[in-house]
Design a protein around this ligand. Structure first.
Ligand SMILES: Nc1ncnc2c1ncn2[C@@H]1O[C@H](COP(=O)(O)OP(=O)(O)OP(=O)(O)O)[C@@H](O)[C@H]1O
Length: 269
C-alpha cells in the first residue's frame, strides 16, 4: 500500500460505541480507509449501519471511541475550518438573499464584503443559479436550495466536502437532476468528497470509489472502484458497464440489508 499523500484523509481502525439507556451500541467497528485527495468516495450501507456516524467522525463532529482520522498526518479532533458539510435538511437562511447565503461562511471568516460578494457571485455561476442572487430561498425549489447549500460549502474552497444524504429530501426526478449537476460541479472543482447515500445508482453515477458498510457492528465490507470514464455523460450512465456496477453493488449489499431489517424487526417485537 502506498504512503498517504498530503491531502489524503486516513481513517485508522475507527470504532464507535454509543451508550444509551444503559446499553452499549457498537455502531462502527474497526473501519479503516483512505479518501485520496480529489477523490469522490460514497458510503453505502443498510439503514442504521453507521454511515452518518462515520461521516461525523471524519468531520470531527464526533470523537470515535477508539481509532483516529488524520489529514496530512494531523489528527482530526474537532470540526475543521477547511472541511465543509452539506446535509439533507434545507439549511438555507430564509431571511438572507441567495447571494448572502452563499457568502455566509466567508462573512464569518472575515472576508471583506466586496470580495465575498464577488466570490459568492462566481460560485452561483458554477452551480447554475446566476440571476437568482437577490431571491430569497423560499422563492426557489428544493433542488435549487440544495444547490445554494453546495455553493455555500464550495465557496470556502474546502479541503474536503462531506455530504450526508444531501438529496434525500428531494423527489426522485429532482434528485437525479441535482446529482448530475453535482457531478458537473465536482468535475470542475475536484474537491475531495465523502458522500453518504442509500441510493446505489447515485453512488455509481458520482463516485470514484464506493465503500460498502456491513450491518452493525459495521465495518467497511468492500471498496468498489468505479472505473467509468469521466465526464459521465448520458452515454456512460446508460451503458452496460454502469448497470454491471449497480448490480455488483446490489449483490454485495443485499444480504446486509436483509439481515439489518430482520434485526430491526426482532428489536421492535
Ligand atoms: N447519539 C446517539 N446515541 C445513541 N445511539 C446512536 C446515536 N447516534 C446514532 N446511534 C445509533 O448508532 C447506529 C448508527 O446510526 P447512524 O445514524 O450513523 O446510521 P446510518 O447508517 O447513517 O443510518 P440511516 O441510513 O438510517 O440514516 C444506529 O443504531 C443508531 O441508532
Amino acid at each position: 500500500m502506498s504512503a498517504p499523500g498530503a491531502g489524503d484523509v486516513v481513517m485508522d481502525a475507527v470504532t464507535m460505541t454509543y451508550h444509551s439507556q444503559g446499553r452499549p451500541t457498537v455502531a462502527i467497528q474497526n473501519a479503516s480507509g483512505t479518501i485520496g485527495r480529489g477523490r469522490f468516495v460514497s458510503i453505502l450501507g443498510p439503514s442504521g449501519c453507521g454511515k452518518s456516524t462515520l461521516l461525523d467522525i471524519v468531520a470531527g463532529l464526533t470523537a470515535p471511541t477508539s481509532g483516529q482520522v488524520r489529514i496530512g498526518g494531523e489528527r482530526v479532533t474537532a470540526p475543521r475550518r477547511d472541511f465543509a458539510m452539506v446535509f439533507q435538511d434545507d439549511s438555507t437562511l430564509h431571511w438572507r438573499t441567495v447571494l448572502d447565503n452563499v457568502a455566509l461562511g466567508l462573512e464569518v471568516a472575515g472576508v471583506p464584503k466586496a470580495e465575498r460578494r464577488a466570490r459568492a457571485y462566481d460560485m452561483l455561476g458554477l452551480v447554475g443559479l446566476r440571476g437568482f442572487e437577490n431571491h430569497r430561498p423560499r422563492q426557489l425549489s428544493g433542488g435549487m436550495r440544495q444547490r445554494v447549500a453546495i455553493a455555500r460549502a464550495l465557496v470556502m474552497e474546502p479541503a474536503m466536502l462531506l455530504m450526508d444524504e444531501p438529496f434525500g429530501a428531494l423527489d426522485q426526478q429532482t434528485r437525479t437532476l441535482v446529482g448530475i449537476e453535482l457531478l458537473r460541479i465536482w468535475e470542475e472543482t475536484r474537491t475531495s468528497v465523502l458522500f453518504v447515500t442509500h441510493d446505489i445508482r447515485e453512488a455509481v453515477t458520482l463516485s470514484d470509489e464506493v465503500w460498502v458498510m456491513s450491518r452493525r457492528p459495521s465495518t467497511i465490507l468492500d471498496v468498489v472502484r468505479i472505473d467509468l470514464p469521466r465526464p459521465r455523460d448520458a452515454e456512460v450512465l446508460r451503458g452496460p458497464e454502469f448497470e454491471t456496477y449497480v448490480n455488483g453493488l446490489w449483490d454485495v449489499i443485499q444480504a446486509e440489508v436483509a439481515s439489518a431489517m430482520r434485526e430491526q424487526e426482532r428489536a421492535a417485537s
